[in-house]
Design a protein around this ligand. Structure first.
Ligand code: ITT
Length: 193
């Protein structure tokens, strides 16, 4: 079936990954393609709240099936930080270099560098019904940023069983094992597109 879907993100890195991972038979629209510009509100207390808020806002504007993604980096030694605040960890300017610096500084006094990425995908179907799918990948935080692929915290995240950060890996390798890939697989299985 040829399904039209709006991918509700203003993060270009995320959009690229979602486009690469979703089947080519799907008709994908970005926010600017349906006339929405600027960041969508994320005022929830959880990844799920935020993912649903973004997808619902866009669905109410366009009436099409909508898919959104909210992702957090969770560090047990920092009691789950930055978590739902990952994009604004070092302040509202959403500066990734500053976010990574703050994370590395906070971890300096800890031996436990375990971390996980968690993605919640929210899907609002053609009837306005909401569905959520989660994907998690476990790993550790590198001592210094390395690599130029991917986006966000990828230069400091080393997935378990690997020695390279996500940003040092070829895109296809990250996209085969990532939190986002796992959530998308679950979405595709349950929605049977
Ligand atoms: P949208 O809400 O428009 O989708 P965003 O960048 O605000 O974009 P999130 O709130 O989900 O998206 O992202 C939280 C932070 O986590 C943000 O700084 C991202 O760059 C980062 N992030 C998300 N997915 C990531 C990934 O796969 N690898 C590394 N960092 C990621």
């Amino acid at each position: 079936m040829n399904t039209s879907l709006v991918v509700c993100t203003s993060n270009p890195g995320k959009l690229l990954e979602l486009r690469a991972m979703l089947p080519s038979r799907m008709n994908l629209f970005s926010l600017p393609e349906i006339g929405i510009t600027g960041d969508l509100e994320e005022t929830g207390r959880t990844l799920e709240d935020n993912a649903l808020q973004k997808a619902m806002t866009v669905h109410e504007l366009c009436g099409l099936p909508c898919l959104s993604d909210d992702t957090g980096l969770e560090i047990p030694a920092l009691h789950g930080e930055p978590g739902v605040f990952s994009a604004r960890y070092a302040g509202p300017q959403r500066d990734m270099a500053a976010n990574i610096r703050k994370l590395l500084n906070r971890l300096e006094e800890h031996n436990d560098r375990r971390a996980r990425f968690r993605t919640v995908l929210a899907y609002i179907d053609a009837n306005g019904k909401a569905h959520c799918y989660t994907g998690v990948v476990e790993g550790t935080i590198a001592m210094d940023p390395k690599g130029s692929h991917g986006f966000g915290y990828d230069p400091v995240f080393i997935p378990i069983g690997h020695t390279l950060t996500f940003a040092e890996m070829p895109t296809e390798l990250k996209n085969g094992m990532s939190h986002r890939a796992k959530a998308l697989r679950s979405f595709m299985e349950h929605q049977a597109f």
